[in-house]
Design a protein around this ligand. Structure first.
Ligand code: F6R
Length: 260
């Protein structure tokens, strides 16, 4: 099983600086590689990050060659309103001018979904893999739709969504019922990303962030597997970091690499 020795770069920032601190890492990747492949999530956490990137684009950040791989989707989303693809289009892809030819869409049609998931991974590999994968943190420790119990060697696949995840997702769709199944990039694929960036804000994520960084590395908290990634960044706002021990906070104080 692939495992990389990694140091987690933790940056704890004021809530008002959360989008800019996270956007700085994406901008840094794009400056090094203008056609970088960015793995992108949906949800509440990345909204300030997408807003920051759009502001940087207005100030000259080149997104004209950036490529995007979706992180996850609802099974059966298709062209429906409740779709992560639509969400991503609205919040980032369309305003950034990133057209469909530069987007690797997560498959969602139930028919032949397994082969479509394999084709998704093959296309991601043909693009050279993910240069930077952004991730939000689920209240139960999920990343993408890798719910608790997801193994380290998991690949892109259909997963049943837990009730806690479905309830949290209702927030994105004004309370409309969320599908029972999702399709997600697996942990093994996420760990291949050259740079992993976990975004965590708000005090309600503080306990699960502590378990992610300080608890055992185990499928009980899938986000803990990120500690095995190649280059791992955690951007947390102060409320999300309140339960972290001084030892975890040390790298944050060291401010290892600080792209601006
Ligand atoms: C969404 C995704 C999920 C979310 C997570 C946190 O594409 O992959 O893992 O990142 O559920 O959601 P928010 O950011 O809404 O708290």
């Amino acid at each position: 099983m692939a495992s990389f020795s990694a140091k987690v770069h933790l940056r704890v920032v004021e809530s008002s600086a959360f989008g800019a601190a996270s956007g700085a890492l994406v901008a840094d990747t794009l400056r090094q590689k203008p056609d970088a492949v960015l793995g992108l999530p949906t949800g509440n956490t990345p909204i300030p990050v997408y807003q920051d990137l759009l502001a940087r684009q207005r100030q000259g950040l080149d997104l004209s060659r950036a490529r995007v791989a979706m992180l996850d989707e609802y099974l059966g989303a298709g062209e429906r309103r409740i779709s992560f693809f639509r969400w991503l289009q609205e919040h980032f892809l369309e305003p950034a001018g990133i057209g469909p030819e530069r987007v690797l869409r997560m498959p969602s049609a139930p028919l032949a979904i397994e082969s479509a998931c394999a084709a998704f991974e093959a296309q991601l590999a043909a693009w050279g893999g993910c240069d930077l994968q952004l991730l939000g943190l689920g209240l139960n420790g999920h990343i993408g739709f890798n719910e608790p119990g997801s193994p380290q060697d998991s690949h892109t696949r259909v997963v049943p969504l837990s009730q806690i995840t479905r309830d949290a997702n209702e927030d994105y769709w004004q309370g409309e019922e969320v599908p029972e199944f999702g399709v997600t990039t697996g942990i093994a694929v996420l760990l291949q990303a050259r740079r992993l960036v976990l975004l965590v804000n708000g005090e309600r994520k503080a306990e699960i962030l502590r378990q992610t960084l300080e608890g055992p590395i185990s499928s009980a908290v899938p986000a803990s597997f990120l500690r095995l990634g190649r280059e791992v960044w955690v951007i947390a706002d102060r409320p999300a970091a309140v339960h972290l021990s001084p030892a975890s906070m040390q790298p944050a104080l060291d401010a290892t690499v600080t792209p601006s």
